[in-house]
Design a protein around this ligand. Structure first.
Ligand SMILES: [Zn+2]
Ligand SMILES: [Zn+2]
Length: 221
């Protein structure tokens, strides 16, 4: 479906609406890349390099590090929104190329992704996190494995406070089998870190020793 739409709809920049491509180069250039200094652990932007920051200190986090390419600002929200709703393959590629340009290739042998819930997958017909993983797998020459399942009936995160989000995702994922020792976990957006931490917990319960999180965008507080 999405590939048919890609062919027959005139392609316009998903951020500003200019013609000629799924994102125009000024808009692509205007996405705010997340550079140093960062929190070593969760990837938050900080005034100077720190091991843990205000956002993540004192929290139990199941991943080793989280890194993201761009700030989740209005332009990034439009791009991610179009990418999720329309599933344009070209946007997955754009997102992966931006990640590849900003985030160092993690030291791991396998890529996996946060699974979509069944309803949304059925509605959209694709999972943006899986598409991002598959494009990153190409850039980084890493195999992509589907290692996680989402337990049905666990609530959505939208509209919840940070504390509620963290409670809400406990036990949300389970692994489908043994996980490799070092895994890169891809998702589209890092908001509170609760979802990727729950996914990393499931991977570690399945035998992963190190889980590195990579997302396209990250909320900046
Ligand atoms: Zn544009
Ligand atoms: Zn931090």
């Amino acid at each position: 479906m999405s590939s048919i739409l890609d062919v027959f709809l005139p392609t316009r920049c998903v951020v500003c609406g200019a013609g000629g491509g799924s994102i125009c180069s000024p808009c692509e250039g205007s996405l705010k890349r997340l550079g140093l200094p960062l929190c070593e652990r969760c990837g938050a932007t900080t005034a100077w390099p720190v091991e843990r920051c205000r956002e993540c200190s004192g929290r139990r986090i199941a991943f080793s590090h989280a890194r993201a390419a761009v700030e989740y600002d209005e332009a990034a929200k439009r791009l991610v929104g179009a990418w999720k709703e329309r599933g344009q393959r070209s946007l997955s590629r754009v997102a992966a190329e931006i990640v590849d340009g900003v985030v160092a290739r993690p030291d791991a042998y396998t890529l996996t992704f946060v699974p979509a819930d069944d309803n949304r997958f059925l509605k959209r017909g694709h999972n943006p996190a899986e598409r991002l993983a598959s494009e990153l797998g190409r850039c980084w020459e890493l195999p992509v494995l589907s290692l996680l399942r989402r337990r049905p009936g666990v609530g959505r995160q939208r509209g919840l406070t940070l504390a509620e989000r963290r409670r809400n995702v406990r036990g949300l994922f389970h692994a489908t089998g043994p996980a490799p020792r070092a895994v890169v976990l891809a998702d589209d957006v890092y908001t509170s870190g609760a979802t990727v931490s729950a996914a990393a917990t499931a991977l570690r319960q399945a035998g992963a020793r190190r889980v590195e999180v990579v997302t396209f965008a990250r909320a900046v507080r």
